[in-house]
Design a binder for this molecule. Sequence first.
Ligand SMILES: C[S@@+](CC[C@H](N)C(=O)[O-])C[C@H]1O[C@@H](n2cnc3c(N)ncnc32)[C@H](O)[C@@H]1O
Length: 273
Amino acid sequence: MGLIDGDDGLPADEVGVWAKEKHTYLKRYLDISRGTRKKFIGERKGGAVYFDLFCGAGRSRIRGTNEWIDGGVVAAWKTSREGDAPFTDIYISDIDEIKLKACAERLRKLGAPVHPIHASAADAVTQMISAVSGYALHFAFVDPYNLEALDFRVISALSSLKRIDLLIHLSAMDLQRNLSVNLAADDSAFDAFAPGWREKVVTTGAQQEIRMRVVEYWREQVSSLGVWPSIDQRLISGEKNQPLYWLLLAARHELAHKFWKTASNPEGQGILF
Ligand SMILES: C[S@@+](CC[C@H](N)C(=O)[O-])C[C@H]1O[C@@H](n2cnc3c(N)ncnc32)[C@H](O)[C@@H]1O
């Protein structure tokens, strides 16, 4: 995706209007979980760490408009600070070095404790894991454009941390549009996304059913890492109501799932209380 000149003079992204909805859920989750985060912040505490493996430029214009929004990690930092529970370390990576630098610069200007890593997510994640303390509380935003970039090694590496919640973008569009290609190709996007699928997923029958089986298999694989995926998958749709992706939380602890239930249901009232 091409870069544009940002309204603050740094390179920026161009995104679909649905990015706002995605960030709403991210911010709601970080806001609702601030009490837990607070317990890890302060002297002789483990710290509260944020990972964004696919950080983007940190600022975007909504395609076809003059509206500017913060990138996910910038919005996350601001939300954590406004909630009086600011992250103690923010690790970001992007395969695109220009975006990564712009994002790091924006975060620095806001006083964020940012650690940029220029690498693909699968490589960056191992560097991030070895840099953090086992005593910290960790949150990862895993927000790639497509299934192939949602490399299972990323989730697997993150799940080795004791306290980790993952908010994952699962591309429905990719599953839908490219299903037959992915089923037929020798080199399939599914290999990175859901290793072992060839032996386990029955690929006959209606497309809708095959898609469900692929997602179900992936969910089982994620669960087997100890971080079970929430059943509250939030579907984000495009302007013509076409399904784009699901956002879902994967976490070990019941409390995180409770938070996500509330965060992902802005229409519902008082589920937590
Ligand atoms: C959906 S955008 C991220 C948006 C950002 N999380 C936000 O909320 O503002 C995906 C980003 O992933 C980057 N990317 C694509 N493949 C990657 C990979 N294998 N490793 C790391 N970054 C990658 C792209 O350059 C792009 O900036």
